[in-house]
Unconditional design. Structure first.
Length: 430
């Protein structure tokens, strides 16, 4: 049987897609190529913005139209918060929210075999195990889910629920499994990684990182994203480990004290600055990424400039820019949506171009230096500090294996006006 996946949104969704497929693959299912027809289609959705909701619906309708006869299942955050909307789309065979996601592959197997097939593992948000990456070389490992924060604009707590943590020893077992299977990079994912708790309720994120690093001999470790209050001396000390990627993604959302207060973020620009300065002091040349929301109801041009000034001052190299959209049930809904769509779009493009210039500025500092890269399936290379590109000598690909480590140095950078550019690498020969 053939199955096709459309995965939107965060790295957490990509891990869970890999988990769903790992169950189906054991029963003989195979992935189809982009243009092939499928027997089953799974759309793993995101609901971070209104634009994401529209994209979800378009992908679902296109999947139904281009795969007549296929059974289309929808899961993910949008399926959790707006199940009835999705059930009303003609052609959708089933809708499973995040709380039911781990049971989805067994529903598909039950439909295929014409008999009830039960999941023998606990039906919870961490029931995926022994999940190897599918279609990509670097593995995601989900260690946490849900969020207890109360940011005024955010719908994710209603989509993912309250914070929960994966069993400590289970995480370590999964790290061993991935490393033993030759996975070069393990990226820890979660809605709020730094919130990770031990079984007794105490904070355990740094303890977990320390024990993961003790295991790593071959694989390297990357964090998907971490909240500003969790960037601490303890974390920075651990990041000096040679198997810890020199990369950190810390969402700022805004550089304005007033806007951050209205967003109900739990920090202010000065505290954010001090934490990032600590990182840069201890880990020179680290790649810094961040998320920014533009067009929040109380944001002015002055606030936007404060955001740009702080991001530039701290040397961020990658920006994920989101236009604000009203999410039902959030406290920011009471602010309305006073900033016109065209003005939001202008601010978004302003930040995107601003971010591409910052990436170019960072890229120029890396030319000629040595880095450790992993060869991706399509011949691309990703370094530990998140430089992306290809080898100058294309013929060398023929003698190399996907997923292997390479010692490389960037020699040319090709900038882009609308996104991060790409590098050309040379091998560092001994």
């Amino acid at each position: 049987m053939k199955v096709k996946f459309h995965t939107l949104g965060c790295r957490l969704n990509f891990f869970e897609t890999d988990g769903i497929y790992s169950v189906l693959k054991e029963k003989g299912f195979s992935l189809v190529n982009t243009n092939e027809s499928a027997d089953y289609i799974v759309v793993n959705t995101c609901t971070v913005t209104n634009k994401a909701d529209v994209k979800n619906r378009n992908i679902i309708r296109n999947a139904i139209r281009s795969n007549p006869g296929a059974k289309v299942y929808v899961t993910g955050c949008y399926a959790e918060t707006d199940k009835e909307i999705l059930l009303n789309i003609p052609g959708v065979y089933g809708v499973f929210g995040n709380s039911e996601k781990s049971s989805l592959p067994y529903k598909i197997l039950s439909d295929y075999e014409g008999r009830e097939i039960q999941n023998q593992k606990p039906n919870n948000r961490f029931s995926y195990s022994d999940v190897l990456p599918e279609g990509h070389t670097r593995a995601y490992l989900k260690i946490q889910d849900g969020c207890n924060r109360k940011c005024s604009y955010c719908k994710i707590p209603s989509a993912r629920g309250q914070g929960v943590s994966r069993d400590y020893n289970d995480v370590l077992d999964q790290v061993r499994y991935l490393q033993d299977n030759g996975v070069g990079e393990i990226q820890l994912t979660g809605v709020n990684l730094g919130w990770y708790r031990l079984e007794n309720g105490e904070k355990g994120f740094l303890n977990l990182l320390e024990d993961v690093l003790k295991i790593l001999e071959y694989s390297r470790l990357r964090l998907s994203s971490i909240e500003p209050p969790d960037v601490s001396h303890g974390l920075v000390d651990l990041m000096s480990h040679p198997r810890f990627c020199k990369f950190l993604h810390v969402p700022i959302q805004s550089g304005s004290r007033d806007v951050l207060k209205d967003m109900r973020r739990t920090y202010h620009p000065d505290s954010f600055r001090k934490r990032i300065e600590l990182v840069k002091e201890k880990i020179p040349n680290i790649f810094l990424g961040t998320d920014v929301i533009v067009g929040f109801p109380t944001e002015t041009e002055t606030h936007l400039q404060e955001t740009k000034d702080l991001i530039s001052e701290l040397g961020f190299a990658k920006l994920h820019v989101f236009p604000y959209s009203v999410r039902k049930g959030t406290s920011a809904e009471s602010f309305g949506d006073p900033i016109p769509g065209d003005e939001k779009k202008r601010r978004v493009w302003d930040l995107i171009h601003f971010g591409s210039n910052l990436h170019t500025k960072y890229a120029e500092t890396t030319i000629g230096k040595n880095f450790e890269g992993i060869l991706e399936e399509d011949g691309r290379i990703v370094t530990d500090n998140y430089l992306k590109g290809r080898l100058k000598e294309k013929k060398l690909y023929e003698t190399m294996i996907r997923g292997q480590f390479l010692d490389i140095k960037p020699v040319v950078y090709f900038p882009s006006k609308e996104k991060e550019g790409e590098f050309q690498f040379e091998l560092c020969l001994q």
